[in-house]
Write a protein that binds this ligand. Structure first.
Ligand code: NAP
Length: 346
């Protein structure tokens, strides 16, 4: 099969489009012909640069969220068949003695595309039980973005923030994969959503996702704008997985008394941000880390998406052979929405 191999760490040219052996399936596995896999800043760009928290063995194949068609099933697999359209979960149960992480409901796991080879290839092998059927109303490209982000967004907005119709929620990096999903989950719960992004185009795009108000945090004073929109009270919930040192304290000062901020990451690439501890304790604020789906959350995300109405922002779809250009596009931060690779376009 054709695969995009990462043979060294470095810039986009560290990726090399090569012919390699197609993986053999084990008894519990399926082999999936990949039709879509997205570029994620942390798991693709930072992993390629070797600035992520985990260093993979080389050569490595990136790609954490492949969608495609099952072309082979292992001998013990009974609930998947050749021809099924599936999304492959990031979390793959492992029996390795030094697993990367344990996930509630799954136990020790490998991360597809991070600790084991992922979906930047014509075919990807994974455990059948970690594939989820894609509803007919979704394209593979949409399924990849939904599978990657919606389950985490539901967990953050519904389970951590516990959002209801009385809430006003601020979403930072609101056209990012996670931010775009958080806007929609908060709207389903009836909340008023203030979406914040770094360009006027991107702010405009958030309104198309259902946000009630948009703020450009590069050209406007974020705190001042949020306080104007909330009658001086501040928002009751925040989704901020950007962690930009330039905006983090502005976010903290935009929060109402007792409000909660939930984070899954630091898309800014900066691990440490300034924090007004005085504001934190005087306003009894909470900051919660939650980067995961709830148990069963991925399956639930596809059930909801199957009912229609989930919007996905896609910047570009590119052939797998152009992965280096796709990485450059994501690094440029010029587009709005996800960059998706489709190996069937090669
Ligand atoms: N399922 C999930 O989605 C999930 C799960 C676990 C962890 N995470 C983590 O959550 C974070 C957000 O994920 P994501 O997929 O939404 O990321 P993303 O698509 O790259 O979006 C992040 C947003 O951050 C903003 N941003 C501000 N400063 C930035 C900078 N210096 N560099 C890059 N972006 C910057 C960008 O918006 P503007 O350009 O408009 O400012 C961008 O739209 C990542 O760290 C990811 O690893 C996500």
């Amino acid at each position: 099969m054709k695969a995009m191999l990462m043979k060294e760490f470095g810039g986009p040219d560290a990726l090399s489009y090569e012919e390699i052996d197609t993986p053999a399936v084990g008894p519990d596995d399926v082999l999936v012909e990949v039709h879509a896999v997205s570029i994620n800043r942390t798991f693709d760009i930072y992993l390629r640069e070797n600035t992520y928290a985990y260093t993979p063995d080389l050569p490595h194949i990136l790609g954490v969220d492949p969608s495609g068609v099952i072309v082979e099933v292992g001998e013990k697999v009974t609930d998947r068949k050749v021809g099924d359209r599936v999304f492959c979960s990031l979390f793959v149960p492992t029996t390795r003695s030094n697993p990367y992480m344990a996930i509630p409901g799954l136990g020790p796991v490998d991360f597809l595309g991070v600790t084991i080879w992922g979906g930047n290839a014509q075919y990807v092998r994974t455990v059948a039980s970690r594939t989820v059927p894609i509803p007919n109303n979704l394209t593979f490209h949409e399924a990849t973005v939904i599978g990657r982000h919606l389950g985490t967004a539901v967990n953050q907005v519904e389970n951590v923030l516990g959002v209801s119709g009385d809430d006003m929620v601020l979403v930072m990096g609101a056209t990012g994969g996670l931010g775009a999903a958080c806007i929609q989950v908060a709207k389903w719960a009836g909340a008023t959503v203030i979406a914040a992004a770094g360009s006027d185009d991107r702010v405009e795009a958030t309104l198309g996702l259902g946000a009630d108000y948009g703020i450009n945090y590069r050209s406007q004073d974020l705190t001042e704008e949020v306080l104007k929109l909330t009658d001086g009270k501040g928002v009751t919930g925040v989704c901020d997985s950007v962690a930009d040192p330039a905006t983090f304290n502005q976010v903290i000062h935009s929060m109402a008394r007792g409000a909660t901020l939930v984070t899954a990451g630091n898309a800014s690439g900066t691990a440490d941000v300034p924090l007004s501890v005085r504001r934190l304790y005087l306003y009894m604020l909470k900051i919660v880390g939650e980067p995961r789906e709830a148990p069963g959350g991925l399956e639930e995300a596809f059930v909801r998406a199957g009912k229609g109405g989930v919007k996905v922002l896609i910047d570009q779809v590119m052939p797998l052979s152009q992965a280096a250009d796709a990485h450059r596009r994501v690094e440029s931060r010029e587009g709005t929405g996800k960059v998706v690779l489709d190996p069937t376009l090669d």
